[in-house]
Design a protein around this ligand. Structure first.
Ligand code: AMP
Ligand code: MG
Length: 487
């Protein structure tokens, strides 16, 4: 890359160097006319990258893997995984590449990764491609999640390739440039364990500790500490999903990070009317990854991580199993603590101070939401106004029910903190009908609705005049929402 960006940014190949058995050096497919569709200037700045240089033609080449920066060794990573409960011994980056790692402006290491960069040795039957729509969808949803304060991989850019991708129909192709604190997955550990090479597994675990949980290295059993740290991070993450109505949709073990960041925005969506059995993914017919099942699915995945770590937990297998079981046993308490704290704040109370009274009110509020199928985001937002005496708008969402009035009366006695509520209850989430509208326009070449949506959802707590339609639920004729995995 010419001049500025490359001279200021050093790419590392730490993963490729530390774990050569777990990746294959690979090149991105050639793209003749890359065209930058969206670019994340604030993220580029956080990464210590030069936004102007990245938006040049050489920048587009770098963002699609067509210009390999100095120091980088692009690799396709290998991993295994349980997909809907069935084990696949060899998945891996079928259409993705890890370009390398960068030390960001805060001194933390970040992966720069490409999705839709062509077939790799792990592509199996896949074409290695990604379409513009799903890559823009990942951009919108991941940046919205970040703005909501939920740990997630980030989106730096979406670049159109000028090539066609064939799904049900012919679609324009794109590459997503993704940033993550790493791409280590539960499935990465499953793969290492399945090789039978305990020293490889140890090297992977040491790499994960070094990158994400350095304090674990000082523990008397660093690998148990790694496991309990991942369990806590995931328990907290899934609690945040549940509190905002996020349905991941494909919680396979290869789509669960070791860092505790949300990854793999395929068939995910935000719930509107509160219904615990909500499923959006067209392939999840049994509802394995339905909204209400997400904590259990996470715990199941973490048990697969624990199994993978067994040889490192103790030399005696029986003891190792006991350690793993005890660690997994901690998930529920971690999850409930994170959920209760967050849920109490959403109704303006403090779990520590308001204790049992807050817990009862929280439970009752969720029961009311379910009974009246109220819009989750709007209901919490309108409670903010109700906390300072204007309950009519909130009341409307609960059909003016006496049960809501009774709840309100007891809740107000505890003196909910409206200011706290306004910091934890968003007004704008990427509502499904608006996401679809923006993607349809973008696929036709009009990026204006996408930019407006991004502008809205990346400042989710800041109510702004003129954006009323972004706060409103889908019109009745939008119907039941379906999402697709074949992205
Ligand atoms: P996902 O369900 O998106 O997590 O993908 C599961 C696996 O399929 C991963 O190993 C992906 O790299 C691979 N994959 C998904 N789509 C494609 C594609 N179009 N070409 C090649 N590999 C793919
Ligand atoms: Mg995946």
């Amino acid at each position: 890359m010419s001049a500025s960006a490359q001279s200021t940014v050093a790419f590392h190949d730490r993963f490729a160097q530390a774990l050569p058995e777990m990746c294959t050096p690979w090149e991105a497919q050639r793209i003749h006319s890359p065209q930058l569709l969206v670019f994340n200037e604030p993220l580029a700045a956080e990464m210590g990258l030069d936004p102007a240089a990245l938006q040049s033609s050489d920048g587009s080449r770098l963002l699609t893997g067509n210009l390999v920066p100095e120091g980088a060794t692009p690799v396709a990573q290998v991993y295994a995984g349980h997909q809907f409960g069935h084990y696949s011994p060899r998945l891996g980056d079928g259409r993705a590449l890890l370009l390398g790692e960068i030390v960001n402006a805060s001194g933390n290491l970040r992966d720069v990764h490409l999705k839709g960069s062509g077939r790799t040795p792990f592509a199996r039957g896949g074409d290695g491609q990604a379409a513009v729509g799903p890559m823009l969808r990942e951009y919108i949803l991941s940046e919205a999640m970040h703005a909501l304060g939920i740990p997630t991989t980030r989106s730096l850019a979406v670049t159109s390739t000028g090539m066609s991708v064939y799904r049900d129909t012919e679609l324009p192709g794109a590459v997503l440039t993704r940033v993550a604190s790493s791409h280590l997955r539960v499935g990465t550990f499953q793969y290492a364990r399945a090789t039978g090479d305990v020293e490889l597994l140890r090297r992977l675990a040491d790499h994960a500790i070094d990158r994400h949980y350095p304090a674990a290295a000082k523990d008397e059993n660093p690998y148990r500490a790694l496991l309990t740290d991942v369990i806590s991070a995931q328990a907290s993450l899934v609690a945040q999903w549940m509190l905002t109505g996020f349905v991941h949709g494909v919680m396979n073990t290869d789509n669960m990070t070791i860092s505790g960041e949300t990854i793999d925005y395929g068939p995910c969506a935000f719930m509107d009317a509160f219904n615990p059995s909500t499923v959006y993914s067209s392939i999840d017919q049994a509802g394995r990854y339905a909204y209400a099942n997400q904590p259990a699915a996470a715990e199941w995945n973490l048990a697969r991580l624990a199994e993978s770590l067994l040889p490192l937990l103790h030399e005696d297998e029986q003891r190792a199993v006991e350690i793993a079981t005890a660690a997994i046993g901690g998930f529920e308490a971690d999850y409930l603590a994170a959920w209760s704290r967050g849920a109490s704040e959403k109704i303006g109370l403090r779990h520590e101070a308001d204790g049992d009274a807050a817990s009862v009110l929280v439970q009752e509020f969720f029961a009311l939401l379910e009974e009246h199928q109220a819009d989750l985001t709007l209901a919490f937002h309108r409670l903010g106004a109700a906390a300072s005496g204007s309950a009519e708008q909130a009341r409307f969402l609960f059909d003016g029910a006496a049960g809501f009035d009774d709840w309100m009366e007891r809740w107000l006695q505890l003196g909910p903190d409206r200011d706290l509520m306004s910091h934890v209850n968003p007004i704008y989430i990427p509502r499904n009908h608006l996401v679809e509208e923006a993607l349809a326009s973008a696929t036709e070449g009009d990026l204006a609705p996408l930019r407006q949506l991004l502008n809205t959802v990346t400042r989710p707590y800041e109510e702004r005049p003129g954006l009323e339609r972004y706060a409103a639920p889908a019109p009745a004729d939008f119907g039941a929402y379906r999402t697709f995995c074949g992205t």
